[in-house]
Design a binder for this molecule. Sequence first.
Ligand SMILES: C[S@@+](CC[C@H](N)C(=O)[O-])C[C@H]1O[C@@H](n2cnc3c(N)ncnc32)[C@H](O)[C@@H]1O
Length: 213
Amino acid sequence: MAFTYFFRDGQTLDLIAQHVIPALKRRRYINVWDAGCAMGPEPYSIAIIFRENMGPFLFRNVRIFASDVDESDRFGVIIACGLYPEEQVKRIPPEILSKYFSPNGPSPGPSPGSEGTSGQGYFRISDEIRKAVIFQRHDLLSLEPIREEFGLVVCKNVLLHLPPEGRVEVIKMFHHALSQGGYFVTEQTQKLPPGTERLFRRVTSTGQLFQKV
Ligand SMILES: C[S@@+](CC[C@H](N)C(=O)[O-])C[C@H]1O[C@@H](n2cnc3c(N)ncnc32)[C@H](O)[C@@H]1O
């Protein structure tokens, strides 16, 4: 099971709220690609940040395309259910948790993703957030983007698993998949490899947020 949980990286969510959402907010459609999304906490956290900073009306234009190589062939079902054990939601700020999740009682039994968590409470994500996230199985090393004209590509804690030459080609693919002026964000410890720096301008010195040039 890939390691991930809700609001894993508050700093990146803050960067998206401060720099990306204000720039994209008035677009007719806002398409986001979360590449290497694991079982859904990351794309759902991103959806919540957009909803919080845009309001319900503009949020209807947001689509988060979440993809993963999904070797276990289960992430799609887990994401579609939007049901997560307490362990994965406990870092969500309480006001966000109560606004976008409803307690769903004890373990739902042998459902996808429930192994080893019996006895825990479960939380179900709201339909408004769940419907904004679309899962697709996809291998980044195919170097074929899942679609184009993204306003934002998020790829965190994934590139480090790829061979160095694959990393460069995948970042070039992200650049191609972005709309003009679109944004790319990766984790703090991941620098842009040589051969890709000229494709982006760094937006802030405090995080790995880049804009397509
Ligand atoms: C540590 S998890 C990161 C999850 C999430 N991005 C986060 O930061 O919380 C790494 C994910 O990358 C996915 N992954 C690894 N290689 C991949 C590839 N070639 N294409 C797509 N996804 C891949 C794994 O399946 C796994 O779900």
